[in-house]
Design a protein around this ligand. Structure first.
Ligand code: ATP
Length: 441
């Protein structure tokens, strides 16, 4: 296997555009900095990432339920959570080249890393986007675009707990958009100002916090491995005490070795009882849980695995990318996990005659009727068609050839091994379903 090109990021960005994974937002107007649109393949991939997360965090668990809270919330939420006063990044500008930096991302504040010029004093910059609710743009109408989905879960804690009759330990999960006016967005979809989070707040008796913190660190690390990220490209980094957010007792990041260096994919934090207590204090409504057994109220501790759908999608794309073979035989392959792959099957008649297209159409329809996202392609030589599918990450190709017209069998070709075998045309749906199920975690 040849090693990926040195400038892997720009290769990925151009592949994403060419194949319809990710486009720049408002491109015909020159683009909008740090905003990206998912195209036909990208939207499938990202939906599959979110679906894989939901399956592992909610569907398959008896004690975790989901919600979908609104993005705009009562402004007091952000006072109580500490975001209004504390959700800031330290910012410095270069007095000479005017470049802006996050002070905590610089090795030294002595001089500008770009031009060597003098830097300004560090200023605190609040990352929340503000807007106005209703027609009057005054202070009392100010609302914020949520910078994390978690607060929608905390303020609904008792609603959900009472409606679902769950007892700690139990969790509430949510996937949704968040907004942060990042000082230095960049690295493609890694750091943007509008992004999607996948967060779960796990409410536990205070004495069990450390056990569950460890449990979720292990479970979340394993999830990335289960869906194909290479172990050598993943690591867990425990935060130093001085790195911890104001609410956290402990925090660890799952980091991925991106082409631009080790960077956070997901954070797992022990948020203690901070949020439930603060919302009780600020709203005047107690969010304490009543324990039937001890007949006492208490505030559960919260363990939070907080992941980013866009960062995870980017990591899956990068990690699955490889260039195989040499010279004109070189082929680009996305070894995406079958559950994540945007298209599961490509149906390919060997030639455009002798009844092969009709037979292929029938198989294609069967696959679609069974909700298996598939693609039909009869243009160009078969090798080129396989190559196009490899580059889109399609795990299986079904080829209809002259033998198919005689014995009603077709060839299944697997992307990763390039193994080929024949199966009855009537069993394609079953075989593919089985293959996807086997791979699914
Ligand atoms: P960073 O240190 O990279 O700014 P963070 O520690 O502030 O991230 P969290 O508040 O823990 O991030 O958010 C949880 C997850 O949400 C992150 O691990 C990441 O996957 C995602 N996320 C956060 N900010 C962004 C962003 N600006 N763009 C894309 N994803 C993001």
């Amino acid at each position: 296997m040849a090693s990926p090109s040195p400038d892997l990021m720009s290769t990925i960005v151009s592949l994403c555009k060419r194949r319809g994974f990710i486009f720049q937002s408002s491109e015909i107007y020159g683009g909008l900095n740090s905003c990206w649109d998912y195209g036909p393949l990208g939207v499938e991939l990202k939906r599959n990432v979110k679906e894989a997360w939901w399956r592992s965090m909610v569907t398959r668990r008896r004690n975790i339920v989901g919600i979908d809270a609104s993005i705009l919330m009562h402004p007091k939420v952000w006072e109580a959570s500490g975001h209004l006063s504390g959700f800031t990044d330290p910012l410095v500008d270069c007095k000479v080249c005017k470049e802006r930096f996050r002070a905590d991302h610089l090795e030294s504040l002595e001089k500008c890393p770009k031009c060597g010029g003098q830097l300004t004093e560090v200023r605190k910059f609040n990352l929340m986007f503000k807007t106005f609710m209703g027609p009057i743009e005054d202070q009392s109408a100010t609302v914020f675009m949520r910078p994390e989905t978690a607060q929608g879960i905390f303020v609904n804690f008792l609603n959900v707990q009472t409606a679902s009759r769950l007892k700690p330990p139990f969790g509430i999960a949510q996937i949704g958009k968040s907004f942060r006016n990042e000082i230095t967005p960049g690295n493609f979809t890694y750091r943007t100002r509008e992004f999607e989070q996948m967060e779960m707040e796990f409410f536990v008796p205070p004495s069990e916090d450390e056990k569950w913190y460890q449990y979720w660190k292990d479970a979340r690390f394993q999830w990335y491995k289960d869906y194909g990220i290479k172990t050598e490209n993943l690591r867990m980094r425990e935060h130093e005490k001085d790195e911890l957010a104001h609410y956290a007792k402990a925090c660890a990041d799952v980091e991925y070795k991106f082409p631009f260096g080790w960077s956070e994919l997901e954070g797992i934090a022990n948020r203690t009882d901070f949020d439930l207590k603060r919302h009780s204090e600020f709203s005047g409504k107690s969010l304490a849980y009543f324990d039937e057994e001890s007949k006492q109220h208490y505030f559960p501790y919260v363990i939070e695995p907080a992941a980013g759908a866009d960062r995870a999608t980017l990591a899956f794309l990068i990690d699955s990318y490889s260039v195989e073979g040499e010279g004109k035989d070189a082929r680009t392959v996305l070894h995406l996990h079958p559950s994540l792959a945007p298209i599961k099957v490509a149906v390919l008649p060997l030639v455009k005659r002798d009844g092969m297209p009709e037979k292929s159409e029938k198989i294609y329809n069967d696959l679609l009727d069974n909700s298996i996202k598939s693609f039909y392609d009869h243009n160009s030589a078969i090798g080129r068609r396989y190559a196009r599918q490899d580059e889109a990450g399609t795990p299986f190709c079904v080829t209809v050839d002259s033998q198919s017209m005689q014995d009603d069998t077709v060839t299944i070709r697997e992307r990763d091994t390039r193994a080929q075998y024949r199966v009855a045309a009537s069993s394609v749906v079953e075989v593919i379903n089985q293959k996807i199920k086997e791979a699914q975690k």
